[in-house]
Design a binder for this molecule. Sequence first.
Ligand code: IPD
Ligand code: CA
Ligand code: CA
Length: 267
Amino acid sequence: MHPMLNIAVRAARKAGDFIAKSAENLKKVNTIQKGTNDFVTNIDTAAECIIVDVIKKSYPNHCIFTEEVGTILGSNLHYQWIIDPLDGTTNFIKGIPHFSISIALRIKDRTEVACVYDPIRDELFTSQRGYGAQLNSKRLRVSNAKNLYGTILATGFPYKAKQHSEGFMKVIGALFIDCADFRRTGSAALDLCYVAAARVDGFFELGLKPWDMAAGELIAREAGALCTDFSGGTNYMQSGNIVAAGTKVLKGILAHIHDNTTEAMRK
Ligand code: IPD
Ligand code: CA
Ligand code: CA
């Protein structure tokens, strides 16, 4: 295993064990509202500290970019770790056992290693660029569905950007005629990994942040998925709007997004 992936896994497992333990006693969890429908708990911040400590011990010069603290500068600007310490905070707060720890390392602006860890199921999704994607060391391959018919699609509602509700619902309505069903799991990082594992045939969401996507995106692509923004381009890390699926399903999702949204929403 790439030594930096090894460190990512060590950090994710350590934070994951802590989060899973904390989930057993939710009465002790303190929740703060940081924005509209957007929450953070003391567990998110403590898990982030655990991850940053593990990385800093091995790579004190690397830069780190986290959801809760933001940028932690290091002297080597070529290395940037992107961390979501708890993806699925709403699930966590409500006692729904579906959340993850997401860690990616970008070297010279290209994601090289990634891991997403589901501590409840002890499922570790990993990838190194050019070496495929794995779930608990087993190789993953994206679904080979030929069209939207019969597919299960994952998505996330734009609960932090409700001005997009109408356009989003139009897309959902149009897609629902063609696909079999939807899943809204509450962890975008795991949604991308589930695309990699062919547990869902495709995923799309708007308004995500780099820490939601950085690791899952490499894992999905290394399993054979294509990732695009809502216009079929590669700007998803900037726009936050992502579609991930095998070629044919991706085409179907993009067509419905195109037909049911304004250009402003797709940007
Ligand atoms: C959220 C989850 C959720 C997605 C949201 C994200 P958080 O991350 O990934 O599935 O719909 O857009 O913000 O806030 O739980 O880290
Ligand atoms: Ca997140
Ligand atoms: Ca988070």
